[in-house]
Design a protein around this ligand. Structure first.
Ligand SMILES: Cc1ncc(COP(=O)(O)O)c(/C=N/[C@@H]2CCCCNC2=O)c1O
Length: 435
């Protein structure tokens, strides 16, 4: 087989590229990918958190095959279809009370968040939305418009968008100072324009912003400030939801009840599927408001139902909590051997390892890029996130075994030692721009 990576470069557009190393895969199963050179790669990313059950899970394969064996069309736009209805009913059954209205099905976290942003403005008649600096809600025009990640700073934001800082105890002077700094900005926005704010978008863990975990009680304060103004709380569970954090919903760690919940990534079991669950007043405010031809198609809807059933049947939330605690402990042990590791944070199998140097915590961006590049050479796939591109992200399949944790951490340890020894240099990562 000709070099698959070279063929990719000769045929596919760079517009989709977020490349850290020359990864080229031909298959995969469980937590393992098969590289085009025949190597087995241990996958600590799960395609950015989209492979919660592991690659090629039998339940997903069987559900999709069954849905396509007698295909109920390919769209819910102009027809009720059994797979879409079954999925929607299941999502309503696990939704928080405030959100238990109707379900919208889409293809991606982006189209789901874009739909929410449009719908909350249209349904309420208000013109403003609050979100967080560093937040990532998608790559489409309407989801970028309510995001705050610097990678999208060149793109248009919603004119009525107010971005407030996400509390970062490591860099904002500890949990109390970080929370107060953020809440002061939220109070100011609400005091000035609260009656015109339709919704506030939150990530229960801010993942692309750096796997940031807010201080205990912070989001309860946020909810308490928003409720009197009638501001809808939109929880973006796309990356850290669906059992990944050790709870079915990551917002359960926050002690809040969102009005609208957004699902994506792992919901589809590797297929393109997203969902918005929210109150009828928003979700039924208009017909023909947000649709794409293949929304709610039987194959993806069946996959989604299989994912939710498998999460429950295999106890994957409890498993993610246990495995995640073990992985976090193993990663924290690396701090003793690698001074650049300044913090391990997250919940369950939504973890981040921040790399920085010096008392001023200078982001170790180059170390992050070199470490993931070397890890791939040694057989481990993981990427970095963060507004400073210096946080290694751990979002493996929830089926990860302890033996795989041990192997992955051992590979990462060696990769970081090789980087520290100068065996990998900037020249090696030329052409892999990452974020
Ligand atoms: C909290 C959250 N909400 C929405 C999205 C957008 O989901 P899609 O990329 O499926 O449209 C994402 C997507 N995150 C990006 C996807 C692109 C590669 C960089 N890493 C991510 O996880 C997200 O993390």
């Amino acid at each position: 087989m000709a070099d698959l990576y070279a063929r990719d470069a000769a045929a596919l557009s760079r517009m989709s590229h977020l490349r850290f190393f020359p990864q080229a895969v031909t298959g995969g199963e469980g937590c393992w990918l098969t590289s085009d050179d025949g190597r087995k790669l241990l996958d600590f990313s799960g395609s950015w958190g989209a492979v919660g059950l592991g690659h090629a899970h039998p339940a997903v394969r069987e559900a999709v095959a069954r849905a396509l064996s007698s295909q109920a069309g390919a769209s819910l736009l102009s027809s009720a279809t059994l797979p879409a209805v079954e999925l929607a009913e299941r999502l309503l059954s696990i939704a928080p009370r405030r959100a238990r209205g109707r379900v919208w099905l889409g293809h991606s976290g982006s189209d789901a968040n874009e739909t929410v942003a449009r719908a909350v403005l249209a349904a309420t008649g208000r013109t403003r939305i609050i979100a967080f600096e560093g937040g990532y809600h998608g790559g489409t025009v309407g989801s970028v418009a309510v995001s705050g990640h610097p990678v999208q700073d060149a793109s248009a934001r919603l004119p009525g968008l107010s971005l407030i800082p996400f509390p970062n105890p490591l860099r904002d002077g500890g949990p109390e100072a970080a929370a107060e700094n953020s809440l002061a900005r939220l109070r100011a926005v609400l005091d000035a324009d609260g009656a015109d704010v339709a919704a506030m978008f939150i990530e229960p863990i801010q993942s692309d912003g750096g796997m940031l975990v807010a201080p205990d009680g912070y989001f309860r304060e946020v909810e308490a400030l928003c409720r009197p103004h009638g501001v809808l709380l939109v929880c973006d569970e796309v990356k850290v939801g669906l059992a990944r954090s050790g709870r079915l919903h990551c917002f359960e760690h926050l002690g809040v009840e969102p009005d609208i919940v957004v699902f994506g990534k792992a919901l589809g079991g590797g297929l393109p599927l997203s969902a918005v669950v929210g109150p009828e007043a928003v979700m039924n405010h208009a017909a023909a408001f947000s649709f794409q031809t293949l929304h709610g198609n039987p194959a993806c809807a069946a996959a989604g139902l299989a994912v939710l059933e498998t999460i429950a049947r295999e106890g994957l939330a409890e498993r993610a909590a246990e495995t995640g605690d073990y992985l976090a402990g193993q990663l924290r042990a690396l701090r003793d051997r690698h001074p650049g590791v300044v913090e391990i944070r997250g919940h369950g199998l939504a973890l981040g390892m921040e790399l920085a140097t010096g008392d001023d915590l200078t982001p170790a961006t180059e170390q992050a890029a070199l470490s993931v590049f070397r890890a791939h050479q040694l057989g481990l796939v993981l990427y970095y996130v963060g507004v400073n591109s210096n946080v290694l992200e751990f979002t493996p399949p929830l089926t990860l075994e302890r033996s795989e944790v041990d192997l992955g951490v051992e590979i990462l340890d060696r990769a970081m030692r090789d980087v520290a020894a100068g065996e990998i240099t900037k020249a090696d990562i030329a052409g892999f721009e990452g974020w």
